[in-house]
Every structure is written in structure tokens, then in C-alpha cells.
Design a protein around this ligand. Sequence first.
Ligand SMILES: O=P(O)(O)OC[C@H]1O[C@H](O[C@H]2O[C@H](CO)[C@@H](O)[C@H](O)[C@H]2O)[C@H](O)[C@@H](O)[C@@H]1O
Length: 362
Amino acid sequence: MLRLSVHCSPIPSATQVPQVKLGSGYGLWIINYNRARKSAWGISIKALKDETNGGTSSFSGSSWKIEVPFEQIPEEHPSALGSFKDMIAVAKGKKLVLFLDYDGTLSPIVNDPDKAFMSDAMRVAVREVANLFPTAIVSGRCIDKVHGFVKLDNVVYAGSHGMDIWTPTGSLKYGDVGQQTKSIDEQGNKVVKFQPAQEFLPTVKKIIQVMEQKIKTFKGAMVEDNRFCVSVHYRNVNEKEVDTLKEMVHSTMKAYPTFRIDGGKMVMEIKPSIDWNKGHALEYLLDTFGFTSSSDFLPLYIGDDTTDEDAFEVVRGLKQGIPIIVSSVPTNTKASYSLRDPDEVMDFMVRLAKWKKAKSTA
Ligand SMILES: O=P(O)(O)OC[C@H]1O[C@H](O[C@H]2O[C@H](CO)[C@@H](O)[C@H](O)[C@H]2O)[C@H](O)[C@@H](O)[C@@H]1O
């Protein structure tokens, strides 16, 4: 346990001090924590629902005393914009491959999941980078929905947390597992669909039916059909009812032992318990892009959520790649760099495109 005395400036009055209820879905964020000096002067403290938990806090006089398990202190990660030159230096001689999460990365987090629109400017930026680098959108949403938001045809899509991947070629490496089917899309293009959770589809449909009934008593709760996965949203549920809703979901899912529940931003993500996640999807996609056996590629993955950590881990494991977390506060992550929000993600892509064009004309 690391003990910190945090002096606030200006001194907050008792009423300004955020109510931090530890152990019930609240947590502490320490901004500008100086790991080397183990101090945190003049910092701001936020109590965020549903974030890292642990420790205790108390307020006395002009300072907060915070006790946090050392391993839970969020680290700062250099800005991918601020460190652009150093960061991109490793791309020399390599082919960059871009992976982009959708919610919270290309679109801001909003209360209504059906209204998480991407701006036109963001669309222009994604189209531009996708013209320069192989680019994939990797989302928890079902493919139809994420395609409906992104509306671009020069990227490939992986939906349902990577359990539904559509590419023009498919993969030879994964070709013999019987999970790839060839078809023709609405525009008459060949598409190979990789769907490792096919057999779970009937049960997913059943779970959606059951959950839709059960959430009726929770005002604001919403069930989202993500084809191979189900999201139970509680962003708009009264705080006092969130724990009961979570308990309901956990106890209901006991009847479906071949499924697991992962966390997300005010959402419970119900998924088939197969050994497949966004990290595996990244490996599959690298293969379809033709990069598996060579070392001359550099994956760059940008994402904001816990499910993106699986992809960050794979990128790290490859020992050639750049994992970037989208977060406005320091956070515990396997990413190496950070961008604060979707606006910075857009600036970053514009910069990336400029860098590539300058390199090509040099
Ligand atoms: O992998 P992603 O593309 O990041 O998708 C993860 C989930 O994102 C969506 O939910 C989140 O964004 C919503 C809109 O901003 C927000 O209302 C919700 O609270 C967030 O959890 C999406 O609705 C889910 O289906 C995705 O699984």
C-alpha cells in the first residue's frame, strides 16, 4: 500500500470534495502523479463511476490522504501526438498497418449507443489513412452497425469483438478450420467471412430474448444485439439500481455456462466463451493482409476500452508495433502511447497521412 498526501490547490471546500465511495463502483483517479517523486502536488481528483477501484480516502484540512495499492496507480503514457517523431521513427523501412476501435476512438462516448455517430471530418481522416495503409476497424458492435456508422469501403471490418471478420481474401492459415465462408456482398464483391462463434448464434438469440424481458424492470437499461455478442447497457440506469442489474445479469447467465461476461464502459459484454478476442482478430487480419511471416510490418492499434487491451498485448508480443490507448486520464494499460479523445485520434491520423505523403515524395 502506498500512502499519498495529496494537497489540493485551490483548497476545496468540503462540498467541492467529490464523494468517493470505494468498493461500490467508484474509484479514484490521480492526475499528474509523479511516479519518480512519489508525489502528487496540485492535482485534481476525479471520482469516476466504474473505473479502477481500491484503496481508501479521507479529507482533512487542505489535503486529501489517499491510500492506493501501488499496482493500481495509473501510469502516464506519452502522447502519440507529442511524441510523434520519436514514435514513428520505428516505422522506418516497415509497412504500417492500422487497426482502429470504433466507440470512444472514432466516435465520442454518448448516452444513446444508437447515436454514436462519427463526424464527417473523422470519416475523411479514416478514408485518407486507409488509402495509404491497410486499415481495419475492430469493434464490439456487429458488423452491420459499425459499417453503418463508418460508411467506408476502403477498410475491412471485424465486429462482435473480433468474432465476425469480413475480408476480400480470407486467410490461408485459418482456412482449414471450417469457420470461413465465401459469399458475395451487396455490391457484388467477393467476401470471406470468418465467424468462429457460429454455433453459438441460436443461444445468443435466446439470451437476447431473455435479457430484454428481464431488463424491463430497470429504467434506462438497454440490450444491444451485436450478432455474436450481447451488450447490456446501464449508462442510463439509476445508480442505485446498477448493482442489482449486474447481479441479475450474472445470475441469469449461470444458465449459459458456455458464455462469459466481460466489462466495458457502463456495459456488460456477454460473449461466447471461446478463445478468441480482439487480439486474435488482429493476428487473423495481419495474416489476411499478408504480413504474418515477414518482419517488415508495423501494426498500430488505437483503442479506448478494456477489450482493446487484448490487442495491445498481442502488439506488444510481436515486439514490432505501436499500441495507443485513447484516454483523457492516466490509466493502467498495456498500450505504450496515448491520445486523449477522438479529436486527438483524428489529428493523429491527419498527421500520419502527412508523414506518409512526405516520405513518399522525399
Ligand atoms: O469495441 P467498440 O467499438 O469500442 O465497442 C464497444 C461497445 O461500444 C458501445 O458502447 C459504448 O459506447 C456507447 C456509445 O457511445 C455508450 O453509450 C456505451 O455506454 C459504451 O459502453 C456499443 O454500444 C457496444 O455495443 C460495444 O460493445
